[in-house]
Ligand binder design. Structure first.
Ligand code: NFK
Length: 287
Protein backbone atom coordinates (compact mmCIF):
# COMPACT_ATOMS: atom_id res chain seq x y z
CA UNK A 1 0.00 0.00 0.00
CA UNK A 2 1.39 3.45 -0.84
CA UNK A 3 1.71 6.13 1.83
CA UNK A 4 -1.41 8.04 0.74
CA UNK A 5 -3.58 4.96 0.80
CA UNK A 6 -2.16 3.84 4.15
CA UNK A 7 -2.80 7.27 5.66
CA UNK A 8 -6.35 7.20 4.39
CA UNK A 9 -6.90 3.75 5.90
CA UNK A 10 -5.66 5.12 9.23
CA UNK A 11 -7.83 8.27 9.07
CA UNK A 12 -11.05 7.05 10.71
CA UNK A 13 -12.87 10.32 10.09
CA UNK A 14 -12.67 9.80 6.31
CA UNK A 15 -14.77 6.65 6.48
CA UNK A 16 -17.85 7.91 8.28
CA UNK A 17 -21.02 7.75 6.23
CA UNK A 18 -22.68 10.33 8.48
CA UNK A 19 -20.66 13.51 8.09
CA UNK A 20 -17.56 15.13 6.63
CA UNK A 21 -14.21 14.29 8.24
CA UNK A 22 -13.99 17.54 10.22
CA UNK A 23 -17.61 17.41 11.30
CA UNK A 24 -17.46 13.83 12.54
CA UNK A 25 -14.46 14.59 14.78
CA UNK A 26 -16.04 17.80 16.14
CA UNK A 27 -19.29 15.95 16.78
CA UNK A 28 -17.38 13.11 18.42
CA UNK A 29 -15.60 15.37 20.90
CA UNK A 30 -18.88 17.23 21.59
CA UNK A 31 -20.81 13.99 22.18
CA UNK A 32 -18.20 12.56 24.55
CA UNK A 33 -17.90 15.86 26.40
CA UNK A 34 -21.63 16.33 26.90
CA UNK A 35 -22.05 12.68 27.88
CA UNK A 36 -19.30 13.12 30.46
CA UNK A 37 -20.92 16.30 31.80
CA UNK A 38 -24.20 14.44 32.09
CA UNK A 39 -22.51 11.57 33.94
CA UNK A 40 -21.00 14.06 36.37
CA UNK A 41 -24.48 15.49 36.99
CA UNK A 42 -26.29 12.17 37.49
CA UNK A 43 -23.65 9.98 39.16
CA UNK A 44 -21.69 10.73 42.32
CA UNK A 45 -18.10 11.13 41.30
CA UNK A 46 -14.62 11.54 42.67
CA UNK A 47 -12.48 13.40 40.16
CA UNK A 48 -8.69 13.60 39.81
CA UNK A 49 -7.78 10.64 42.00
CA UNK A 50 -4.00 10.19 41.60
CA UNK A 51 -2.62 6.81 40.58
CA UNK A 52 0.98 7.97 40.30
CA UNK A 53 3.21 11.01 40.59
CA UNK A 54 2.89 12.38 37.05
CA UNK A 55 0.62 15.34 36.20
CA UNK A 56 -1.61 13.17 34.02
CA UNK A 57 -1.60 10.17 36.34
CA UNK A 58 -5.14 10.76 37.56
CA UNK A 59 -8.48 9.06 37.15
CA UNK A 60 -12.15 9.89 37.64
CA UNK A 61 -14.49 7.53 39.49
CA UNK A 62 -18.23 7.47 38.80
CA UNK A 63 -20.28 5.74 41.49
CA UNK A 64 -23.48 3.74 41.06
CA UNK A 65 -26.72 5.57 41.93
CA UNK A 66 -27.60 3.07 44.65
CA UNK A 67 -25.02 0.99 46.44
CA UNK A 68 -25.15 -2.79 46.53
CA UNK A 69 -22.65 -5.41 47.67
CA UNK A 70 -22.46 -6.72 44.12
CA UNK A 71 -20.49 -3.98 42.36
CA UNK A 72 -18.58 -4.55 39.15
CA UNK A 73 -16.09 -1.89 38.08
CA UNK A 74 -15.23 -0.99 34.51
CA UNK A 75 -12.11 0.94 33.61
CA UNK A 76 -12.44 3.00 30.43
CA UNK A 77 -9.38 3.87 28.34
CA UNK A 78 -10.14 6.64 25.87
CA UNK A 79 -9.16 6.77 22.22
CA UNK A 80 -7.68 9.57 20.12
CA UNK A 81 -4.58 8.05 18.51
CA UNK A 82 -2.51 8.42 21.72
CA UNK A 83 -2.50 12.18 21.03
CA UNK A 84 -6.04 13.54 21.53
CA UNK A 85 -8.75 13.46 24.21
CA UNK A 86 -8.51 13.05 27.98
CA UNK A 87 -10.56 11.83 30.93
CA UNK A 88 -12.60 15.05 30.69
CA UNK A 89 -14.43 13.44 27.73
CA UNK A 90 -14.32 9.89 29.05
CA UNK A 91 -17.05 9.47 31.68
CA UNK A 92 -19.97 9.23 29.23
CA UNK A 93 -20.63 5.51 29.68
CA UNK A 94 -21.40 6.13 33.35
CA UNK A 95 -24.72 7.66 32.22
CA UNK A 96 -26.35 4.23 31.76
CA UNK A 97 -23.95 2.17 33.88
CA UNK A 98 -24.28 4.14 37.15
CA UNK A 99 -28.02 3.47 36.92
CA UNK A 100 -27.29 -0.25 36.74
CA UNK A 101 -25.00 -0.47 39.74
CA UNK A 102 -21.63 -0.37 37.96
CA UNK A 103 -18.62 1.76 38.96
CA UNK A 104 -16.97 3.47 35.98
CA UNK A 105 -13.38 4.68 36.11
CA UNK A 106 -12.00 6.98 33.38
CA UNK A 107 -8.21 6.98 33.22
CA UNK A 108 -6.01 9.86 32.09
CA UNK A 109 -2.62 9.13 30.54
CA UNK A 110 0.11 11.31 29.05
CA UNK A 111 -0.75 11.68 25.39
CA UNK A 112 1.90 12.56 22.79
CA UNK A 113 3.93 14.67 22.30
CA UNK A 114 4.34 14.92 26.07
CA UNK A 115 4.01 11.18 26.60
CA UNK A 116 5.37 8.32 24.53
CA UNK A 117 4.08 4.80 23.90
CA UNK A 118 6.10 3.06 26.63
CA UNK A 119 4.97 5.63 29.20
CA UNK A 120 1.29 5.39 28.23
CA UNK A 121 1.37 1.59 28.47
CA UNK A 122 3.07 1.80 31.86
CA UNK A 123 0.53 4.37 33.06
CA UNK A 124 -2.58 2.37 32.18
CA UNK A 125 -1.07 -0.73 33.81
CA UNK A 126 -0.33 1.22 36.98
CA UNK A 127 -3.81 2.77 36.97
CA UNK A 128 -5.26 -0.72 37.18
CA UNK A 129 -3.07 -1.66 40.12
CA UNK A 130 -4.11 1.54 41.94
CA UNK A 131 -7.80 0.85 41.31
CA UNK A 132 -7.56 -2.67 42.73
CA UNK A 133 -5.72 -1.39 45.79
CA UNK A 134 -8.31 1.33 46.44
CA UNK A 135 -11.43 -0.67 45.57
CA UNK A 136 -10.65 -4.10 46.93
CA UNK A 137 -14.34 -4.78 47.70
CA UNK A 138 -15.50 -4.76 44.07
CA UNK A 139 -17.03 -7.91 42.65
CA UNK A 140 -15.31 -7.90 39.27
CA UNK A 141 -12.89 -5.85 37.25
CA UNK A 142 -13.63 -5.10 33.59
CA UNK A 143 -11.82 -3.11 30.93
CA UNK A 144 -13.16 -1.14 27.99
CA UNK A 145 -11.07 0.76 25.47
CA UNK A 146 -11.80 2.56 22.24
CA UNK A 147 -9.38 2.89 19.29
CA UNK A 148 -5.97 3.75 20.82
CA UNK A 149 -7.60 2.92 24.17
CA UNK A 150 -8.44 -0.58 22.89
CA UNK A 151 -4.76 -0.97 22.05
CA UNK A 152 -3.85 0.12 25.59
CA UNK A 153 -6.46 -2.25 27.06
CA UNK A 154 -4.99 -5.14 25.03
CA UNK A 155 -1.54 -4.19 26.37
CA UNK A 156 -2.95 -4.30 29.91
CA UNK A 157 -4.30 -7.81 29.25
CA UNK A 158 -0.82 -8.76 28.00
CA UNK A 159 1.04 -7.59 31.11
CA UNK A 160 3.60 -9.67 32.99
CA UNK A 161 2.37 -8.69 36.45
CA UNK A 162 5.37 -10.20 38.25
CA UNK A 163 6.96 -6.72 38.35
CA UNK A 164 3.88 -5.21 40.02
CA UNK A 165 2.62 -5.41 43.59
CA UNK A 166 -0.63 -7.19 42.66
CA UNK A 167 -1.87 -9.52 39.94
CA UNK A 168 -5.20 -8.19 38.66
CA UNK A 169 -7.88 -10.69 37.69
CA UNK A 170 -9.62 -9.01 34.78
CA UNK A 171 -12.97 -10.69 34.21
CA UNK A 172 -13.85 -9.12 30.91
CA UNK A 173 -12.51 -6.77 28.25
CA UNK A 174 -14.26 -4.80 25.53
CA UNK A 175 -11.85 -3.87 22.76
CA UNK A 176 -13.64 -1.45 20.46
CA UNK A 177 -12.23 -0.46 17.02
CA UNK A 178 -8.65 -0.91 18.15
CA UNK A 179 -5.19 -1.14 16.61
CA UNK A 180 -3.26 -4.23 17.69
CA UNK A 181 -0.31 -4.19 15.28
CA UNK A 182 1.49 -0.84 15.44
CA UNK A 183 3.92 -1.49 12.57
CA UNK A 184 1.65 -0.19 9.76
CA UNK A 185 1.25 3.21 11.42
CA UNK A 186 5.00 3.79 11.80
CA UNK A 187 5.26 5.47 8.41
CA UNK A 188 2.03 7.48 8.71
CA UNK A 189 1.11 10.91 10.11
CA UNK A 190 -0.15 9.16 13.25
CA UNK A 191 3.46 8.51 14.29
CA UNK A 192 4.59 12.14 13.89
CA UNK A 193 3.94 13.16 17.51
CA UNK A 194 4.51 9.62 18.82
CA UNK A 195 7.95 9.23 17.21
CA UNK A 196 7.91 5.47 17.70
CA UNK A 197 10.87 3.51 16.40
CA UNK A 198 10.30 0.03 15.00
CA UNK A 199 11.54 -1.44 18.27
CA UNK A 200 9.01 0.57 20.29
CA UNK A 201 6.20 -0.42 17.92
CA UNK A 202 7.15 -4.09 18.13
CA UNK A 203 7.28 -4.28 21.92
CA UNK A 204 3.98 -2.44 22.19
CA UNK A 205 2.02 -4.48 19.65
CA UNK A 206 -0.57 -6.76 21.31
CA UNK A 207 -0.53 -8.91 18.15
CA UNK A 208 2.97 -10.01 19.20
CA UNK A 209 2.06 -10.59 22.85
CA UNK A 210 -0.70 -13.17 22.52
CA UNK A 211 1.19 -15.82 24.47
CA UNK A 212 1.76 -13.36 27.33
CA UNK A 213 -1.96 -12.51 27.22
CA UNK A 214 -2.78 -16.20 27.44
CA UNK A 215 -0.58 -16.53 30.51
CA UNK A 216 -1.89 -13.40 32.25
CA UNK A 217 -5.54 -13.25 31.19
CA UNK A 218 -6.65 -16.79 30.35
CA UNK A 219 -9.89 -16.43 32.32
CA UNK A 220 -10.90 -13.13 30.74
CA UNK A 221 -13.96 -12.84 28.49
CA UNK A 222 -12.77 -10.77 25.55
CA UNK A 223 -14.98 -8.98 23.04
CA UNK A 224 -13.28 -7.63 19.92
CA UNK A 225 -15.75 -5.18 18.39
CA UNK A 226 -15.39 -3.25 15.15
CA UNK A 227 -17.62 -0.79 13.30
CA UNK A 228 -19.25 -1.76 10.04
CA UNK A 229 -17.93 1.50 8.57
CA UNK A 230 -14.44 1.35 10.00
CA UNK A 231 -11.84 1.37 7.21
CA UNK A 232 -10.85 -2.01 5.73
CA UNK A 233 -7.47 -1.74 7.46
CA UNK A 234 -9.08 -1.06 10.86
CA UNK A 235 -11.46 -3.96 10.30
CA UNK A 236 -8.51 -6.20 9.41
CA UNK A 237 -6.68 -5.18 12.60
CA UNK A 238 -9.65 -6.39 14.67
CA UNK A 239 -10.25 -9.54 12.61
CA UNK A 240 -6.59 -10.59 12.74
CA UNK A 241 -6.31 -9.97 16.48
CA UNK A 242 -9.55 -11.83 17.14
CA UNK A 243 -8.32 -14.80 15.09
CA UNK A 244 -5.03 -15.02 16.93
CA UNK A 245 -6.75 -14.85 20.33
CA UNK A 246 -9.18 -17.52 19.21
CA UNK A 247 -6.39 -19.73 17.87
CA UNK A 248 -4.66 -19.40 21.26
CA UNK A 249 -7.76 -20.87 22.89
CA UNK A 250 -8.94 -17.70 24.63
CA UNK A 251 -12.55 -16.88 25.45
CA UNK A 252 -13.10 -14.31 22.72
CA UNK A 253 -15.96 -13.18 20.51
CA UNK A 254 -16.01 -10.92 17.46
CA UNK A 255 -18.71 -8.27 17.16
CA UNK A 256 -19.20 -6.49 13.83
CA UNK A 257 -21.54 -3.65 14.81
CA UNK A 258 -23.96 -2.69 12.02
CA UNK A 259 -24.73 0.96 11.16
CA UNK A 260 -21.78 2.33 13.11
CA UNK A 261 -18.56 4.12 12.22
CA UNK A 262 -15.31 4.51 14.17
CA UNK A 263 -16.87 7.22 16.33
CA UNK A 264 -20.53 6.28 16.75
CA UNK A 265 -19.55 2.75 17.83
CA UNK A 266 -18.37 4.20 21.15
CA UNK A 267 -20.47 7.40 21.40
CA UNK A 268 -23.62 5.32 21.64
CA UNK A 269 -22.54 3.85 24.97
CA UNK A 270 -24.40 6.79 26.55
CA UNK A 271 -27.57 4.92 25.54
CA UNK A 272 -28.78 2.14 27.81
CA UNK A 273 -30.50 0.37 24.92
CA UNK A 274 -27.48 0.32 22.57
CA UNK A 275 -26.34 -3.20 21.67
CA UNK A 276 -22.83 -2.80 23.13
CA UNK A 277 -24.16 -1.26 26.37
CA UNK A 278 -26.44 -4.27 26.78
CA UNK A 279 -23.58 -6.66 25.96
CA UNK A 280 -21.33 -4.97 28.52
CA UNK A 281 -24.09 -5.15 31.18
CA UNK A 282 -24.68 -8.79 30.36
CA UNK A 283 -20.97 -9.57 30.68
CA UNK A 284 -21.00 -7.89 34.10
CA UNK A 285 -24.14 -9.77 35.16
CA UNK A 286 -26.17 -6.55 35.35
CA UNK A 287 -28.67 -6.73 32.49
N1 NFK B 1 -6.90 11.93 12.09
C1 NFK B 1 -7.78 11.10 12.82
C2 NFK B 1 -8.19 11.83 14.08
C3 NFK B 1 -8.72 10.93 15.12
O1 NFK B 1 -8.66 9.73 15.00
C4 NFK B 1 -9.32 11.54 16.33
C5 NFK B 1 -9.30 12.92 16.48
C6 NFK B 1 -9.86 13.52 17.61
C7 NFK B 1 -10.44 12.74 18.56
C8 NFK B 1 -10.48 11.35 18.41
C9 NFK B 1 -9.92 10.76 17.29
N2 NFK B 1 -9.91 9.40 17.07
C10 NFK B 1 -10.46 8.42 17.79
O2 NFK B 1 -10.99 8.48 18.84
C11 NFK B 1 -8.99 10.79 11.94
O3 NFK B 1 -8.88 10.88 10.74
O4 NFK B 1 -10.04 10.41 12.45
Amino acid sequence: MNKNELEKQYSPSQWSHRMSADDVINAHVAALKSGTEKARAVAQNILDVPYGEGDEEKLDVYMPISSSPDVPLVIYLHGGYWQFLSKEESGFMAVPLAQKGVVVVAVEYSIAPKGNMDLMVSQVRRSLVAVIQQYSHIRGLYLCGHSAGAHLAAMVLSTDWSEYSVTPQIKGAFLVSGIYDLLPILSTYVNEPLKMTEEVALRNSPSRLVSQLKTSSSGCDIVVAVAQNDSPEFRKQSEDYFKSLQAAGLKVTFEDIPDTDHFSIIEQLVDENYYLTQLLLKMMGKS
